[in-house]
Ligand binder design. Structure first.
Ligand code: ADP
Ligand code: ZN
Length: 531
């Protein structure tokens, strides 16, 4: 073992000087300065700040002001690479350690670290849970630990990563090294949990507002998603850069094709594509103007493109945290931007099925269910979307005036009678005939629509046959979707068959009224068409 420890000497003595000289900025933003002072002074910090708020400087500058190397735990290898590149470009001595490296590259990084030649060292969490890595780090001098995406340590969060649990050991092993945990998505529960698990009880907490005032939030009911999406882009963001999120790889490709055929410059992006193609798409998105990337959630993390003018979802996100994180990629430059989500009955059925079939234990499924329920509540709310979103993260606010429900307050209608008609159809089929069906066939029955299946099973003899022909099929789908979202119906199994819940009995018994949002028959289909 070497007796002499070399440590990267402080490059600066003044935070503001580092801000000017290295990063070229005039002033700190928000609470950056206080956060930096806390860490430079050797204290711990928990930082909750929205995307684009400027979290990185909060550990980068202290790493330049303290003796030793700042060790940054970051879960995304692709992101690590980009950050290191960007830092090197401004003269910061940054390196990373992860599984993509060759042995000789790794050896060189290790040598430089021990020689005190590195300001910032990015490390993947699975490396840090490894005893050999920790022993190696002990041989050098650590300026601080930064734990990025710290919500990943929370098992109740939406993005749990088991490797993060091992980070609890940092506090015991390096009691004198300050630690700073950062995240852009944390509910109060997640905030508490990460504080506890990362032993940050003594830390100062810096919680900024999660509000992104320049983002307009809109959620529409889905009927013809590709067409709706195209209309939205053409009328509001023609020729502008955007990200469209879809759940499956196949649909990202279909949507990208459709948009391209209709005059947009759209490219698909998902984990099944060749790494070279993905890198090419990402770099075109960053460098060219007006590129639309149609992606699975794999895209966008850590991509710092300031002028993304819209983020669209054609499938329902699995959690409010995910939705907030993805929509947060719009408008980092502060200019007006739109987020647009189309969601429908099928989304609810599909996601419930995915939860039922998920391999995790019961607690895991319940957690996913709670995440979905919160997301549905946001979709179905008749109040301000932003208020609902911020309340989810424990922050109170006034109605914003810049979301769809503020701009056009949705009317509500009394849906008790249609709900009773629909629920009693389910009851009759199950009690009288032992049959269970999905939404489509049940809607055919209440609307009295003749189909081969109706004829085959004689469903036209049911007492509820045709009693709901006053509503269109589209309206019925809206009713069923809202009943599902309100827990007045349950969708079960592979085929999404609908069943009653305890609450539906209340509706059937006439003890509970059902309020539903009024939805335009062709929601979000503006009459004005761009050429
Ligand atoms: P986050 O990690 O919170 O999403 P970043 O650290 O990536 O945010 O910062 C977002 C953008 O804001 C980056 O382009 C960054 O360079 C810029 N930025 C951060 N702090 C400042 C500042 N004090 N002045 C000007 N620009 C800043
Ligand atoms: Zn609002």
């Amino acid at each position: 073992m070497t007796a002499v420890r070399a440590a990267a000497p402080p490059r600066f003595t003044d935070a503001r000087e580092a801000l000017h000289t290295v990063f070229g900025y005039d002033a700190f933003r928000g609470e950056q300065q206080q956060i930096i002072e806390q860490v430079v002074g050797g204290g711990d910090a928990v930082v909750l700040m929205p995307t684009g708020g400027g979290k990185s400087l909060c550990y980068q500058i202290p790493s330049l002001l303290r003796e030793g190397t700042g060790v940054v735990v970051s879960p995304l290898i692709a992101l690590m690479h980009d950050q290191v590149q960007a830092l090197r470009a401004v003269g910061v001595r940054a390196e990373f350690l992860n599984s993509t490296q060759q042995a000789d590259e790794r050896a060189e990084v290790e040598r430089a670290y021990l020689a005190g030649e590195i300001d910032l060292l990015y490390v993947a969490p699975e490396r840090l849970s490894n005893e050999a890595t920790k022993r190696f780090l002990e041989r050098g001098t650590i300026a601080l630990f930064a734990i990025d995406e710290a919500h990943c340590v929370s098992q109740w969060g939406h993005d749990f990563r088991p490797d993060y649990l091992a980070l609890s050991e940092l506090a015991e092993r390096w009691p004198d090294v300050p630690r700073i945990a950062l995240t852009a998505t944390a509910t109060e529960a997640t905030h508490r949990e990460l504080t506890e698990r990362l032993s940050l009880c003594e830390a100062r907490h810096f919680v900024s507002s999660f509000d992104r005032p320049n983002i307009q939030y809109r959620i529409v009911s889905k009927n013809d998603p590709r067409r709706q999406l195209l209309d939205f882009i053409r009328t509001e963001h023609p020729g502008e850069a955007g990200i469209v999120y879809a759940l499956s790889r196949a649909s990202t490709e279909k949507i990208a094709d459709f948009l391209s055929q209709n005059g947009c410059r759209a490219l698909p992006y998902h984990a099944g594509l060749d790494a070279r193609v993905r890198a090419e798409t990402q770099s075109r998105f960053l460098r060219e103007e007006g590129i639309i990337v149609v992606a699975t959630i794999a895209f966008g993390m850590g991509i710092d493109k300031p002028d993304v003018r819209f983020v669209a979802h054609v499938d329902l996100p699995k959690s409010v945290e995910g939705y907030y994180q993805e929509t947060g990629r719009a408008g980092r430059d502060g200019a007006p931007s739109t987020t647009w989500l189309a969601y429908g009955l099928q989304d609810v059925v599909q996601q419930r099925r995915m939860i039922d079939e998920s391999p995790g234990d019961l607690a895991h499924r319940r957690r996913m269910q709670q995440h979905l329920d919160a997301m549905l509540a946001l979709c179905e709310t008749v109040q301000c979307r932003r208020q609902n979103l911020l309340a989810y993260f424990g922050q109170s606010s006034e109605p914003c005036g810049n979301c769809d429900t503020c701009i056009t307050p949705p009317a509500a209608w009394d849906g008790t009678v249609p709900a009773q008609k629909f629920l009693s159809t389910i009851v009759r089929l199950q009690r009288e005939r032992g049959q269970r069906y999905g939404a489509g066939h049940l809607i055919d029955i209440v609307r009295g629509k003749r189909t081969p299946r109706v004829d085959q099973y004689g469903h036209d003899t049911l007492a509820t046959w045709g009693i709901g022909d006053d509503l269109s099929e589209q309206q019925w789908r809206g009713v069923v979707r809202q009943l599902l979202a309100q827990g007045l119906l349950a969708s079960v199994g592979e085929y999404g068959t609908l069943e009653l819940t305890d609450a539906s009995a209340e509706v059937l018994a006439g003890r509970r009224a059902v309020q539903l949002r009024t939805e335009p028959e062709r929601a979000s289909r503006p009459s004005r068409r761009a050429p």
